[in-house]
Write a protein that binds this ligand. Structure first.
Ligand SMILES: [Zn+2]
Length: 442
């Protein structure tokens, strides 16, 4: 990106951070995030504001969306809409009554309920066309609801800027039928069909008191997803269900399906793959996982393109399991640390790359280096780093198949590997094929 293109973003970060900020420092940070970490501009801005002690939610993202595109947890969104209905009522806040506005907003793509939390700040009426900036959304009955909080700005617009036919609506977002691999954080009003693979009932504390939640995983041919049902739909393990009116929340990037009493659960009479078939890990490309944000029980086939620092023989604190440096844990001080083996690798499958973390058992089976063996070699060399170098020698540029859960954060995707193997060509099959052709030729 050119310097002049970045300038407004640097000013925007400076605005959020306040007046005493050094713009040169922001330039340097922004270039590091974009060129070295290779994250998106949005992620870079949020990360820098957070790092320099500001509030990332104060960044005006200026994401203009249509109602049909709204997710259930938008942080800051701009909407060009027609006010279809608007009403006022009073709510109690800290013992005093305060007026709020509520009603329906519409555009060419749909309609959505809204709440404006301070009626005195706004002067719009039924039929007005307005540009709302910095609104946020919350989930209500599986659908987004627009909220105008204290950062919201409402600007009057030309009445012709939104054309909705007479008598159109009210309809909220159209339901979307989505396969499990297509679920993404923030989606509202999705319809998903899957087999209930695991199911448990538990009690959780919410802001509204203790609630019973039915959670587990459901699967289709494209993958598995964890779900939480906030209402008793009498779900049963192994049955195939269609959920209408669910919404998606991300946990460390992994999409999770939620549905409450306003959702609908039906039992479709359809042919569906059995539990045994669905319990296998699902093959996904890293690029696809990047779009989804993560996933559970994923199979990735790729090549090890880098072995990271922290690979090899490491020592862990017996109290907290953190890796210790020179016998000292940063929480517990000098401890008698226990040895462990670990691999931190970068795996690339051509579509994108992810970090893969492998524990002792997998490290031993992939490299043939056991823990005792590693300790002996490190003693002989009087240097624990030799193990990391040996692992690098064995694994660098190897094609691998990895299974695990994939999460994401501002530094990208990470798999905690639960099973791994080096992919070797099918030697026996090739030999058999070769023998067959030789036999045929004699
Ligand atoms: Zn410790």
């Amino acid at each position: 990106m050119e310097r002049e293109e970045l300038a407004p973003h640097v000013r925007e970060i400076a605005r959020v951070l306040g007046k005493d900020v050094d713009e040169q420092a922001i330039w340097k940070e922004l270039e590091t995030y974009l060129n070295l970490y290779r994250v998106s501009l949005e992620t870079a801005k949020r990360s820098i504001v957070k790092k320099l002690g500001g509030d990332p939610s104060s960044l005006a993202k200026g994401t203009r969306k249509q109602i049909g595109q709204l997710g259930v947890s938008e942080q800051s969104v701009d909407l060009l809409v027609k006010v279809i209905t608007v009403n006022q009522r009073d709510i109690e806040v800290d013992g005093t009554s305060k007026p709020i506005l509520y009603g329906i907003l519409g555009d060419e793509s749909g309609t959505v309920p809204f709440t404006a939390w301070d009626a005195d700040r706004y002067a719009f009426g039924k039929g007005d066309v307005v540009l709302i900036r910095n609104a946020y959304t919350k989930e209500w009955g599986g659908q987004p609801q627009v909220n105008l909080g204290n950062r919201a700005i409402v600007e009057p617009q030309d009445p012709g800027a939104v054309s909705i036919g007479e008598g159109q609506g009210p309809y909220y977002q159209e339901p979307k039928e989505v396969r499990i691999a297509g679920l993404q954080d923030n989606m509202g009003n999705v319809t998903v069909t899957g087999r209930v693979m695991t199911l448990e009932k538990k009690s959780v504390e919410t802001s509204a008191g203790a609630k019973t939640v039915f959670s587990g995983t459901i699967a289709d041919e494209t993958g598995k997803v964890q779900f939480s049902a906030w209402h008793d739909f009498e779900l049963k393990q192994n049955e195939v269900i269609t959920i209408r009116g669910a919404y998606v929340r991300g946990w460390r990037g992994i999409p999770q399906l939620n549905f409450g009493e306003r959702a609908q659960v039906i039992r479709p009479q359809v042919k569906f793959p059995g539990a045994a078939e669905l319990s296998r890990p699902t093959a996904r490309s890293i690029g696809d996982l990047e779009r989804a944000g993560g996933g559970i029980e994923i199979l990735v086939t790729g090549t090890i393109v880098d072995i990271r620092k922290g690979t090899g023989l490491i020592f862990r604190c017996p109290e907290c399991n953190r890796v210790v440096q020179k016998g000292s844990c940063r929480i517990h001080g000098t401890v008698s640390a226990s040895p462990d083996l670990r691999i931190k690798a970068v795996v690339d499958d051509g579509s994108s790359a992810m970090t893969a973390i492998m524990g002792r058992k997998i490290t031993e089976s992939l490299t043939g280096i056991g823990l005792e063996d590693a300790l002996r070699k490190a003693r002989e060399a009087m240097n624990p780093d030799v193990i990391g170098e040996k692992i690098e020698g064995k694994l660098f540029a190897q094609p691998v198949e990895l299974v695990g859960n994939v999460t994401s954060d501002e530094y990208g995707l990470m798999m905690i590997v639960s099973a791994a193997k080096i992919v070797v060509p099918e030697v026996r099959e090739q030999a058999a094929a070769l023998l067959a052709t030789m036999e045929g030729s004699t």
